[in-house]
Write a protein that binds this ligand. Structure first.
Ligand code: SAM
Ligand code: SF4
Ligand code: SF4
Length: 358
């Protein structure tokens, strides 16, 4: 189990090999979560993430040698665990396009300190893999599913998704013991907002946790506009009219979803409201892209190239030292700083969601 000592590191020089000491950034936030993007490719073209117009057949995705190897990923994960990371999420692009993923899962699941190992997927390839993922040591899956309306679902996957396959994938995950499954729904005004209640109805009472996500201005290519965002409080009001709900507390500090439960006992849902109600104050996440860039904010416009250090022979101590100096300097709070009314005019170039996996 993870050794959660109360000592907090304040300088990168205080590190010694094998020691697991929590670390706090410049705003006092610990490092708890690491999201690892395995590859930048995807079998979907969700318009809010990888629109077909930009990610067409000529688009150059990372070559194999540009992506981190499993050995390199495990080294970064090990260093992150030594400074307090206990939650690791594998993502992408679409992580299940990596056919060897179980070999990586086995290695990460075995790292000291890892208490929660999850995967975010669009679910298309999940059904045949669910049992193997569980056997390899994965704890949970989150499946992205924007609507149960076949036509809307298809459009929101860029014309590539098959709703029945995704639903079968969710069922297989639950059967394999990868629950409680979470369902991520990106809600866009005029696109799928009118289908949210149907989706909730389908998953109510099944132990599946639906999370309604505000359409975010991640990256530079998804045509984000504030008037496409449905504020969580508006959604909550309309859900309450059908099924009364009450708020419930966080599972852990740094949880991004605001949780509600149905008063009739049919389970819980969550709201991820990073546009209208930012939650930077206890954000404890670092993100590793498939080519080894470490980002300390979803909206970062620059990261740190760990691949270069790894390929120049950085040993575990050096890697820990690099990671800790990045975290100690971290002061990101993009969502809190940007005023939503002007967000659509901002000109910062940001990292794309498909590169760091949400
Ligand atoms: N391909 C996998 C999937 O879709 O689950 C994993 C990667 S995807 C980038 C991770 C999550 O980011 C998904 O749940 C997706 O819906 C969410 N996402 C992508 N673009 C988004 C946006 N502009 N606003 C809000 N969420 C977004
Ligand atoms: Fe692919 Fe996931 Fe992005 Fe959709 S949200 S395009 S499934 S990476
Ligand atoms: Fe964390 Fe950055 Fe999102 Fe704020 S904007 S919650 S710092 S990822």
């Amino acid at each position: 189990m993870h050794n959660n000592r109360m000592t907090v590191r304040s300088s990168p020089d205080e590190i010694s090999a094998g020691e697991a000491v929590p670390i706090a950034d410049a705003l006092g936030r610990p490092l708890h979560d690491l999201r690892i993007s395995l590859l930048d490719q995807c079998n979907f073209r969700c318009p809010y993430c990888m629109p077909e117009s930009e990610f067409h057949s000529e688009y150059e995705f990372l070559k194999r040698r540009q992506r981190l190897t499993y050995d390199e990923i495990v080294k970064v994960a090990t260093a992150a665990c030594s400074m307090g990371v206990s939650k690791i999420r594998l993502t992408g692009g679409e992580p299940l396009l990596d056919k060897n993923i179980c070999a990586l899962i086995e290695r990460i699941a075995d790292l000291p300190g890892v208490e929660d190992l999850a995967l975010t997927t669009n679910g298309m390839l999940l059904e045949p893999m669910a049992g193997k993922l569980k056997a390899a040591g994965l704890h949970r899956v989150t499946v992205s599913l924007d609507s149960l309306d076949k036509q809307i679902f298809r459009e929101m996957s860029g014309g590539r998704g098959d709703l029945d396959k995704v639903l079968a994938g969710i069922q297989a995950a639950e059967k394999a013991g990868l629950g409680p499954t979470k369902i991520n729904v990106v809600v866009q005004k005029g696109v799928n907002d009118h289908t949210v209640l149907d989706l909730l109805e389908y998953f109510r009472g099944r132990g599946t946790i639906v999370r309604l996500i505000e359409f975010m201005d991640v990256g530079n290519r998804n045509g984000w506009l504030m008037n496409r965002v449905v504020p969580s409080r508006v959604l909550l009001e309309s859900i309450q009219k059908r099924w009364p709900m009450r708020p419930i507390g966080k599972n852990y500090a740094g949880e991004v979803a605001r949780r509600y439960e149905y008063i009739d006992g049919a389970g819980e849902i969550g709201f991820i409201s990073s546009v209208t109600e930012p939650f930077c104050g206890d954000c404890s996440r670092a993100r590793l892209s498939a080519d080894g860039m470490l980002y300390t904010c979803l909206f970062a416009n620059q990261g740190t190239d760990l691949r270069e250090s790894l390929r120049n022979g950085a040993d575990d101590d050096e890697l820990s030292s690099i990671l800790s100096s990045i975290w100690l300097q971290r002061a990101d709070r993009y969502s809190e700083l940007r005023r939503t009314d002007v967000a659509e005019h901002h000109v910062l170039r940001k990292v794309e969601m498909y590169r760091i996996g949400g």
